[in-house]
Design a protein around this ligand. Structure first.
Ligand SMILES: C[S@@+](CC[C@H](N)C(=O)[O-])C[C@H]1O[C@@H](n2cnc3c(N)ncnc32)[C@H](O)[C@@H]1O
Length: 292
């Protein structure tokens, strides 16, 4: 007898619970939807719809991968971020909802219709840059990443979203090769986890996300020590920066940007009320802050 949607969901959920997956109900539903080509409402409105043998086998394989703590985003090969859908794989950080704080800040700083230039340092899947470009049709961006594999993901996402013409992608070490005062907006979600802490993270992150996207050096702050000075260098006077931080890094990262000459440096919290983004501008009057 073939498995129905609701039976498939229930048995997947039980297997994920036994594997101590954090969100077994949601994950089981997402995997059933994908394996059985069903919508969220199908599971409720048509719960007795049978899965084909092929769909049941696909679901079994998906659940097996999730039991081994592979993230749902890797199994499905996609993840929603802001208002866009992104392809993802093991070469990029799975975009996180808290990173949307950067997108929100950027959209508030640059109104629709405004032409501006943006640099995304550590572009990964392209999440931040593409979410902004999708809503700001006159903007153009450059995304830099040290990983060629990550850039391939960003390139494909840009093409799928019809944004390839406005997002240039460059392999490089942060701002190496970027001229002074080139951009109106610089965004970055750098790796910021202390090296020793990585081993204590959940297997989904520890074993499946790229180390290059996680490892912020011995205290997690190594990238900011470079980025603070470099972001202020490549920003145009009056330009805006926004960088994601770990929940306990606000004071240290604010200090680095203040030392580098940042103006109006503040920390913005995410929806969980945790410190999440340090933002500010480059003084339009020059780094001394005075005229003349
Ligand atoms: C935390 S991930 C952020 C990815 C994406 N921007 C996001 O928010 O989902 C950090 C990214 O920085 C890249 N990266 C790490 N070190 C770098 C470096 N020295 N220069 C450029 N990119 C680097 C990693 O390859 C990774 O894609």
């Amino acid at each position: 007898m073939s498995l129905t949607l609701v039976q498939a969901w229930t048995s997947a959920k039980k297997r994920l619970e036994a594997a101590q997956v954090d969100s077994p109900v949601i994950d089981a539903r997402l995997l059933v939807e994908a394996a059985a080509a069903a919508s969220r409402t199908d599971i409720i409105s048509d719960p007795h719809r049978p899965l084909s043998a092929e769909q049941a086998a696909t679901l079994d394989a998906y659940v097996g991968r999730r039991e081994r703590r592979e993230p749902v985003s890797h199994i499905l090969g996609r993840k929603g971020f802001w208002k866009i859908m992104l392809g993802v794989n093991r070469h990029v950080l799975t975009p996180r909802p808290e990173t949307e704080v950067i997108v929100d800040l950027a959209l508030k700083s640059f109104p629709e219709g405004m032409a501006f230039s943006m640099l995304d340092l550590g572009v990964g899947s392209g999440a931040i840059a593409l979410a902004i470009l999708a809503e700001r049709p006159a903007a153009r961006g450059l995304g830099v990443d040290a990983s060629e594999e990550a850039l391939a993901v960003a390139r494909e996402n840009a093409a799928n979203l019809g944004l390839a013409g406005r997002l240039a992608l460059l392999r490089g070490d942060w701002t190496a090769g970027v001229d002074d005062a080139s951009f109106d907006l610089v965004v970055s979600n750098p790796p910021y986890i202390a090296t020793d802490v990585i081993e204590t993270l959940q297997p989904e992150v520890r074993d499946h996300e790229p180390r290059l996207a996680l490892d912020g050096g011995p205290d997690g702050l190594a990238p900011y020590r470079i980025l603070a000075t470099e972001i202020l260098r490549v920003l145009k006077p009056g330009g805006v920066f926004a960088v994601e931080i770990g929940y306990d890094q606000s004071a240290a990262v604010e200090a680095l940007f203040n030392e580098a000459g940042g103006y109006g440096v503040v920390t913005v919290k995410d929806l969980s009320n945790k410190d999440r983004v340090v933002t500010g501008t480059k003084n339009p009057l020059g780094n001394s802050g005075t005229m003349g």
